[in-house]
Ligand binder design. Structure first.
Ligand code: MSP
Length: 523
């Protein structure tokens, strides 16, 4: 496979102290759709997710649970793997930062940064927020209740004073700014890129990258009194997973640099500033792109454990169905913006787009074929090609892949779906205009042609929508008797051909009895 047909993408690794909620499900879902899309489009994909298991926050949670940190992380990391199964994610690797391969990689990047002269020993005195695992300047703080001090994220900070190693981040301001300028698509969306640039322009301080006041982390090479700052350890997971420090290995040379780091807006700075500088300092190639998505609120309220309004993905999947949830999350909100989850919005999306538009189209076409064409793929008379309104829709369906591909490469999932739905709605309109039920009486062969064309249109939708709704599309393709090995994007017809190509549905193929795929919900 040629080098440009490879795609490596990552999710953030999740803090194990949290119960997995819709926010975590969202980041990985976005990656899952891209991974599935690229595989169907002929890429050799590597899709990585995992859990972030070190740091003070996890150590504290383990102490509260009354068990050793390793036992605690073994237990709670499983929750994220269960979520991955429940959401039907197709990751190729699940990394845990407590694994030996990762400890070795973290110590290796540290040694490289040290060797290259970017690490020095000093002492840190300043504010630290355990919840964010981040350091803050006095100027960034506000006063909380009872005289506490709060970071801009709302997390409480505590004063930390201890010996610490530092990374010379202040020296990276110019190289970073030049990199952003030379690579305008590195940070997306644009508004977030501007935020990062102004943050870096504001000046960078050297970064404390080791701690001595607790133990739960990767020991600093040759100075085991220190453990590595959890973010340096965590970010390194992205190269651990492709074999670092073994940079000559096939896996590493084939996969790195990564094509896409998908992150939430809250952790963009760590990826687009610190990680970039660490990699530059260690002489490692840098990522091609970082996309920062927005945050979900629940019925207008910030999602938080303390408010008790966490949306459990398992519960909504139970209520609405897995593919319905996957569709809603990526269709409802322009990817990159914040969004609000509400049951009303969910039901209205499912009913209008899935039940009324796509579900209804499949149901009516397949039932007509079942009743009027002996439950077999009908024959299309060459003379009928171009003669009925459904033909225009077929041409549009042929053009979809090219358009949708561009949207997926821009991580514009909502645009990709809107593009497909324009044609789904059009298909429903042109069935009415082509009126196969009338043709049944006047010209049954023409009816067969119209139904064949509609079945081909549905085949295109079902193949293209697999990344978003894998299970439902598999059912649609089963109902059209499309073999499992004929469901890749290479089976879609390209726009410039006049007649049907060899991948089109074969007349005479027996079809199963059609079944509804997207039930309606009462509002
Ligand atoms: N462990 C770090 C990431 C290290 S990556 C080297 C971390 N973990 S996290 O579990 O707190 O967050 C993981 C992801 O979940 C982030 O991308 C974050 O933006 C996302 N979300 C958490 N709550 C969210 C919402 N309410 N809405 C959308 N995404 C949110 O940060």
């Amino acid at each position: 496979m040629s080098a440009d047909k490879r795609y490596y993408l990552t999710t953030p690794i999740y803090y194990v102290n949290d119960v997995p909620h819709i926010g975590h499900a969202y980041t990985t879902l976005a990656c899952d759709v891209i991974a599935r899309f690229k595989r169907l489009d002929g890429y050799d994909v590597h899709f990585l997710t995992g859990t972030d298991e070190h740091g003070q926050k996890v150590e504290k949670s383990a102490a509260v649970a009354g068990i050793a940190p390793q036992e605690f992380t073994d237990r709670v990391s499983q929750n994220f793997r269960d979520l991955a199964d429940a959401m039907n994610y197709s990751h190729d690797d699940f990394i845990r930062t407590t694994e030996q391969r990762h400890i070795e990689a973290s110590q290796a990047i540290w040694a490289k940064l040290k060797e290259n002269g970017h690490i020095y020993l000093g002492s840190y005195a300043g504010w630290y927020a355990v919840r964010d695992e981040a350091f803050y300047d006095e100027s960034e703080l506000t006063e909380g209740e009872g005289g506490t001090k709060l970071a801009s994220s709302g997390a409480e900070v505590e004063w930390v004073e201890e010996p610490s190693y530092f990374f010379d981040l202040s020296k990276w301001q110019e190289p970073l700014l030049k990199f952003y300028e030379d690579n305008p698509d590195f940070i997306a969306p644009k508004s977030r890129r501007n935020e990062v640039i102004s943050f870096v322009k504001g000046g960078l301080h050297d970064l404390s990258i080791s701690r001595t006041s607790f133990k739960w982390g990767v020991p600093v090479p040759n100075d085991p009194d220190h453990i590595m700052y959890v973010w340096l350890d965590a970010l390194t997971n992205y190269i651990t997973a492709v074999g670092y420090p073994n940079t000559d290995s096939d896996e590493y040379t084939k996969r790195w640099p990564v094509d896409l780091h998908m992150v939430g807006k809250d952790i963009l700075r760590f990826h687009a500033v610190y990680w970039l500088a660490f990699l530059m300092g260690a002489g490692i190639d840098v990522p091609k792109r970082v996309f920062a998505h927005g945050w979900w609120t629940n019925e207008g309220q910030k999602i938080s454990k303390s408010i008790g309004n966490i949306i459990d993905p398992n519960e909504i999947v139970e209520t609405y169905g897995l593919d319905q949830v996957r569709y809603f999350l990526l269709r409802e909100v322009p990817f990159g913006n914040d969004g609000d989850f509400s049951n009303k919005a969910m039901i209205s999306r499912i009913n209008s787009d899935l039940a009324n538009d796509l579900g209804n189209l499949c149901q009516r076409v397949l039932s007509m074929i079942n009743k009027n064409c002996d439950a077999k793929i009908p024959e299309c008379r060459p003379a009928d090609l171009g003669a009925y309104p459904v033909n225009g829709t077929l041409q549009d369906a042929h053009r979809l892949l090219e358009k949708v591909r561009v949207h997926i490469d821009n991580q514009a999932f909502h645009e990709a779906l809107k593009e497909i739905w324009r044609v789904v709605r059009d298909a429903n309109r042109t069935v009415d205009e082509s009126a196969p039920w009338t043709l049944r009486e006047t010209d049954p062969e023409a009816m067969a042609s119209v139904l064949y064309i509609l079945a081909e249109i549905i085949r295109h939708f079902a193949i293209l929508l697999q990344p978003f709704m894998p299970q439902s599309c598999a059912k649609m393709l089963d109902q059209l008797a499309v073999p499992e090995n004929a469901r890749g994007f290479s089976q879609l017809q390209s726009a410039d051909e006049e007649a049907f190509d060899e991948n089109a549905l074969k007349a005479g193929t027996p079809l199963p009895t059609p079944e509804g795929i997207f039930p309606r919900f009462s509002d």
